[in-house]
Design a binder for this molecule. Structure first.
Ligand SMILES: Nc1nc2c(ncn2[C@@H]2O[C@H](COP(=O)(O)OP(=O)(O)OP(=O)(O)O)[C@@H](O)[C@H]2O)c(=O)[nH]1
Ligand SMILES: [Mg+2]
Length: 606
């Protein structure tokens, strides 16, 4: 039997997981000498590359001496926490990375909690020790305190610690050791990660933790083999969580070597492989021995906490920019997404709209961004948290929030968060003159908070949050105070009128942009919506020609990216998304309908 070690790399967002995996790949000699390798090779899809974040967990295998090390790189952003949870059941230890300056952050807590609950003993890697502000000792203490707070057992509290600068390619046992290479980390993995339990002689049991698809063989389940063997061409029983069973033949078996996938004939207990041949294979399914099938425990997958309504674009510019605009097209695309993205859910609501649920705004935003690039056009409503009822009590998701702000903004941050029903749990001055304040807050209170927070802290605040649990509903939360500037006409925006409107607030559009009646073109400086006319040209006089229009100096418009727009809009507003534009509009384009809506809402006592 081959010597195998299975490990996942977990951390808060940006603490250096993908960079570390890069270095391990490079330094193990897994790449051929001629192979050109980019930075963060594991971040392979377009959006991952552009944003420098990991969205999907991905596995790679490294050959080191006589060992094969299967490494799973996981996403650090809280919205993809569900990915991490699933992956942890497939490995025998984790590398927990913590930034030597930032220290323990919300997602560090979230992922470590899951690892501790599964009984894994982490290898702690204090990373980025090259940073000027690095304080490895303080961070080490924070990690230890966190483990104690998480009820770690004695073995877990004796976790090994290494100090690293992943970017510069070294790790070491002692902070005073020389900076060399990753050898100490390889040693730690070989010494400290237990060999997989289970036996190749037992009846086969493998569990799927990620899905993939291939144009030739269809759905593929990336699985960990816990017992027995999987052979290409043999029949196995696919066992689902709901008890359904079906025998199929493995048509293709794929092993991992570095970044390559290679076809293999057989794999044994302890290894991670991709299995093709089971048409409806899904995450959590067991691939079991045909004659003595025993299912593994199903994977626990946390429910989505945020939902958003997606609907067909019915505005006056509908169909002018997108390729796929019908309700059928949108439905097909969403259904396809739900097949592989098990952390999300979709529910048709009738009248050409769909409720899409996920773990956060970023996760849903990325789906929308992908659809837009594929030529889709649609509307998105304001994100809403998923409220549940437990024993007759209305429950809503709560988040752990950490904000880092320069001292002078501490007051405003606490005040604004108080209005959003946040409970402060700690306040610690940091050595660099900032304060780290922690809160527990209903997820509802966080919707739209980021942009306000950045404005309040002049862009210097940093905020991070992560799901804690469902708790009883906490009452109304304050939301955006400023009104919207709404266009009262259809046409093309004119510089002269935009120039005059600048006094009214912040604009989202520039001259020549298409606008329509009911479209939101800016944020008013005051509460309450304001209807304005962005089309009014200057009257021509003898003195000046309309050409002078070009010379008008306008403040650059606020860039309403998809995520900014999701943060900004209120319940009666929508985002219009097309391959070319992101516009904000009122749900009711006609001012009479809008007034009626406001009246109805008042009457309903909201
Ligand atoms: N100074 C310094 N920067 C580092 C080090 N390791 C990684 N970085 C930088 O930190 C940033 C984030 O690195 P990634 O490897 O993408 O982090 P990640 O943990 O994979 O991020 P997510 O997958 O989005 O959670 C990049 O700009 C890296 O170059 C290090 O040792 N020192
Ligand atoms: Mg990453």
């Amino acid at each position: 039997m081959q010597k195998i070690k299975n490990i996942a790399v977990i951390a808060h967002v940006d603490h250096g997981k993908t960079t570390l995996v890069d270095q391990l790949l490079q330094q193990s000699g897994t790449f051929e000498a001629h192979q050109e390798v980019q930075d963060r090779v594991m971040d392979s899809n377009d959006i991952e590359k552009e944003r420098g974040i990991t969205i999907l967990s991905k596995n790679t295998a490294i050959v080191y001496g006589d060992h094969k090390i299967n490494i799973i790189d996981t996403p650090g952003h809280a919205d993809f926490g569900g990915e991490v949870e699933r992956v942890l059941k497939m490995v025998d230890s984790v590398l927990l990375l913590v930034d030597a300056q930032e220290g323990v952050m919300p997602q560090t807590k979230f992922v470590l909690k899951k690892a501790i609950e599964l009984g894994l003993v982490p290898i702690v890697v204090i990373n980025k020790i090259d940073k000027d502000g690095a304080e490895p000792d303080r961070v080490m203490d924070e990690v230890f305190d966190l483990l104690v707070a998480l009820d770690a057992n004695e073995e877990q509290l004796e976790f090994p610690v290494l100090y690293a600068a992943a970017r510069d390619g070294y790790a070491k046992w002692d902070i005073d050791d020389e900076n060399k290479d990753m050898t100490p980390l390889f040693e730690a993995i070989l010494e400290k990660v237990p060999y997989p339990k289970g036996s190749s002689e037992e009846p086969t049991q493998a569990q799927v933790f990620t899905l993939d698809s291939d144009n030739f063989v269809g759905r593929i389940g990336i699985s960990r083999i816990f017992n027995g063997k999987i052979k290409k061409g043999d029949e196995y029983m696919l066992m689902k969580a709901d008890g359904t069973k079906k025998v199929s033949r493995v048509s293709k078996l794929i092993g991992f070597v570095g970044l390559d996938r290679v076809e293999i004939d057989e794999a044994e207990a302890g290894d991670i492989v991709a299995i093709a041949g089971f048409a409806d294979i899904d995450v959590g399914d067991t691939v079991a021995d045909k004659s003595s099938p025993v299912a593994l425990d199903p994977l626990h997958i946390e429910e989505p906490t945020l939902s958003i309504v997606m609907s067909v674009n019915d505005g006056p510019l509908a169909g002018t920019e997108g390729k796929h605009v019908t309700s059928n097209k949108i439905r097909e695309r969403l259904e396809k997404e739900m097949e592989t993205n098990i952390a999300m859910k979709m529910e048709p609501l009738g009248d050409a709209s769909f409720k899409v649920s996920g773990r956060g705004e970023l996760q849903i935003g990325i789906l929308a961004e992908n659809m837009r690039r594929e030529g889709y056009e649609f509307l998105l409503a304001r994100p809403e948290v998923v409220v549940k009822e437990e024993n007759g009590v209305k429950m809503e998701p709560f988040e752990h929030l950490v904000v880092d702000v320069p001292e002078e903004f501490q007051g405003v941050a606490i005040e604004k968060l108080g209005k959003r029903k946040a409970d402060m749990t700690s306040l610690v001055p940091m050595p660099d003159g900032t304060v780290r304040i922690e809160f527990e807050i209903p997820a509802r209170g966080l919707i739209g908070f980021r942009s306000e927070f950045l404005t309040d802290t002049k862009g210097e605040g940093i905020m991070n949050h992560s799901f804690i649990e469902y708790r009883p509903y906490s009452g109304t939360v304050e939301s955006r105070t400023q009104g919207a500037l709404i266009s009262m006409d259809d046409g093309t925006a004119v510089a002269f009128s935009l120039y005059n409107l600048q006094a009214r607030g912040v604009l989202f559009i520039k001259p020549q942009d298409k606008v329509y009646n009911g479209m939101v073109i800016g944020e008013s400086a005051r509460p309450g919506d304001l209807e304005v006319n962005p089309l009014k040209g200057k009257q021509l006089t003898n003195m000046r020609t309309s050409g002078a229009d070009d010379a008008i100096k306008l403040v650059p418009p606020r860039n309403m990216s998809l995520e900014n727009a999701m943060e900004w809009i209120e319940e009666d507003e929508l985002i219009e998304i097309t391959p070319e534009s992101i516009r904000i509009r009122k749900k009711y384009l006609n001012p009479i309908d809008r007034r009626k809506h406001i009246r109805d809402k008042k009457n309903a006592g909201k």
